[in-house]
Design a binder for this molecule. Structure first.
Ligand code: F6R
Length: 612
């Protein structure tokens, strides 16, 4: 949701900002802009469109300076247009503000500012911030940082901000509340960014800004303050991600690269957590004692989107291995539902980015009701990781494609390990069972590598169906969350309308949609529900639908019932989710490519949804 990038140093800021914005483009891509300071003058260029459009504009109308800020937008208030693009300015055009988040009381503030004579050039919520700072700066003796802190006290809502002011030629002031912002510390230069991948090339040392903190960044210094002007201690964290992981590495799209990275991502996620000699699992930052685990009487998974699907898959194995009543809640529903939870409830928040506004809200709500909250998160030091009592990191590396792939399968691996651990602590899983479960999990990366060998077959099947307007995905048991995830992948990147359903529900409505133009993807793995799934396939066939079955290698019977079959290697039903989703990721990918869609940056979407 909008990307912010800033540079201050001895070199020309613009190339860094444009490069940084390209890396952040996955967060929003409907308009972009930059502002620089040179010789105590502010220069600003912005336009509707992608970063490439901004680059063309900058070629025609270049600006320079050693200090600058930039923005790539995902529209919230006001349609994408040149006027609504960031940076926004005040009446005197001496201040430039870039913003990620939503100012909830902007209408009220805008009315007041207009009454006091301010003129607005956009319909955004952001512009009020520039005018509020302008007013504060008009008070004699006020410098930028004080003007910013006073202005911020008037704002309701969320923000990550970077601000330049012509009157202070050697300074960027940045601030955050609820939206992510990091400061990258390098030799003789400092970077500001919404996310880590954009600065990895320049530094691994970062300061995570906390809510209501302001950083005052000059050529020689970085200082942190709270809104009352008190100095806050600077904590520099080290990022272990490899800079290469933020590049495409020869793949056409990040999504394809990330699909192929799944064996490594899962190996990295599980390797240091399994103690092979004792068949036990260890998590460094779980922060959950054995006694607490024994006292839990209810588990709630909460998340959004793909991460919610991981929670839904988790419900099945949590109940099976840990024997605790488990629910899965959309974070936005959970947080406003007055959930009945207490200190014996374990709330597990699942999130790739660690910044999703609704999931963060759910975490804070759960904590306020004394529940124990742990998060499963991919970004070290992110807001949700910090705000939870304990955290288990997925080690997927940066996920840049907007459609989540490797984050999802590593979440599934972590949930499996967590259930194994909790099941052992509660005396439900014995050592032999644990040994068997670990063996199966450790075999998964190699099985994914085998599965990826059939990528061309999936691409050929995608070729047959890429014209479809609608698709249905069916699954039973643990196949159901994967059906939902397969449908989500297809709709978000190919814009084909797709629905995921529990297979048995088909006859209660969706069956009316089935005809020869409707591909029906069925999770038909061998196991307890296999016969029932075959029955559902027959029902689709009887109505002229086309079945694409995801089946277990060795199952020849299915070939007679489905038009197309994609095989996955056999594994335990509890891990089949990880394998079964991979052909569905590839299916969506190849259909989207065939339809000429922008795979890594699908329309209307943005990675990391930091607004409610
Ligand atoms: C879909 C997708 C989204 C995210 C959702 C939650 O491919 O990526 O549905 O899963 O926005 O994001 P995180 O996991 O960052 O909280």
């Amino acid at each position: 949701m909008c990307g912010i990038f800033g540079y201050i140093g001895k070199r020309d800021a613009l190339p860094f900002i444009v490069e940084g914005l390209k890396k952040l483009e996955y967060r929003g891509y409907d308009s972009a802009g930059v502002a620089t300071l040179k010789d105590a003058r502010l220069f600003l260029q912005k336009c509707q469109g992608k970063i490439a459009d901004l680059e063309r504009l900058l070629l025609r109308k270049p600006i320079d300076g050693n200090i600058g800020i930039g923005h790539t937008r995902w529209a919230t208030h006001g349609k994408p247009s040149d006027e609504n693009s960031h940076p926004h300015s005040d009446c005197s055009e001496k201040i430039a503000v870039v913003h990620n988040g939503i100012i909830e009381n902007y209408l009220h503030l805008r009315r007041e500012l207009a009454e006091r004579g301010h003129r607005f050039s956009s319909v955004t919520d952001t512009e009020v911030i520039a005018h509020l700072i302008e007013e504060e700066l008009n008070i004699k003796g006020t410098d930028l940082e004080h003007a910013v802190s006073r202005a911020l006290k008037k704002l309701h809502g969320s923000f990550a901000l970077a601000i330049l002011y012509e009157g202070e030629k050697d300074k960027i002031v940045v601030a955050r509340r609820g939206s992510p912002l990091i400061v990258g510390v390098a030799e003789n230069e400092t970077f500001v960014s919404s996310d880590i991948p954009a600065i990895l090339k320049y530094t691994s040392r970062v300061i995570y800004l906390k809510d209501n903190e302001i950083a005052i960044i000059t050529q020689d210094d970085i200082s942190l303050k709270n809104l009352d002007g008190d100095t806050v201690k600077k904590e520099i964290s080290f990022i272990s991600w490899d800079p290469e992981s933020a590049e495409k590495g020869g793949y056409t799209h990040f999504m394809l690269k990330e699909i192929h990275e799944q064996p490594k991502a899962i190996r990295d996620t599980i390797k240091d957590r399994i103690k092979l000699d004792s068949c036990q699992v260890h998590f460094d930052e779980l922060n959950l004692t054995e006694e607490e685990i024994r006292n839990i009487n209810r588990v709630v998974f909460t998340a959004c989107g793909t991460s919610w699907h991981a929670g839904l898959a988790g419900e099945y194995i949590m109940e099976k291995f840990v024997n605790i009543p488990t629910e899965v809640e959309y974070a936005a529903e959970f947080r406003y539902r007055n959930p009945i939870i207490d200190e014996n409830t374990l709330v597990i928040a699942i999130t790739q980015s660690g910044e999703t506004a609704d999931t963060l809200g759910a975490v804070l709500e759960a904590k306020s009701q004394n529940a124990k909250v742990i998060s499963i998160c991919n970004v070290v030091g992110s807001s949700i990781a910090r705000d939870s009592h304990g955290v288990i990191y997925t080690c997927a590396g940066p996920e840049i494609g907007v459609a989540s792939t490797k984050a999802f399968t590593t979440q599934l691996a972590v949930i499996y390990l967590l259930c194994l651990h909790m099941g052992q602590v509660r005396g439900i899983i014995n050592r032999n069972e644990a040994e068997e479960m670990i063996k199966e999990l450790m075999a998964i990366p190699q099985k994914i590598e085998d599965l990826l060998q059939s990528e061309d077959e999936v691409a050929q099947i995608a070729e047959k169906y890429f014209h479809a307007n609608n698709a249905l995905f069916l699954g039973r048991g643990k196949g159901f969350p994967i059906a939902l995830e397969g449908a989500l992948k297809l709709k978000e990147i190919s814009y084909i309308h797709a629905e995921g359903y529990p297979a048995a529900e088909m006859k209660h409505g969706p069956i009316a949609l089935i005809d020869k133009n409707m591909p029906v993807v069925v999770l038909a793995l061998l196991g307890r529900r296999y016969e029932k799934i075959l029955g559902n396939i027959e029902e689709v066939n009887a109505r002229g639908g086309n079945v694409i079955a995801i089946a277990t290698k060795g199952d020849n019977e299915i070939k007679e019932k489905a038009q197309d079959v994609i095989y996955i290697p056999p594994t335990s039903s509890d891990l089949s989710t990880i394998l079964a989703v991979i052909p569905l990721q590839l299916f969506a990918y190849y259909i989207a490519v065939k339809r000429g869609c922008h795979v890594d940056q699908p329309r209307n979407l943005a990675k990391s949804v930091t607004v409610e």
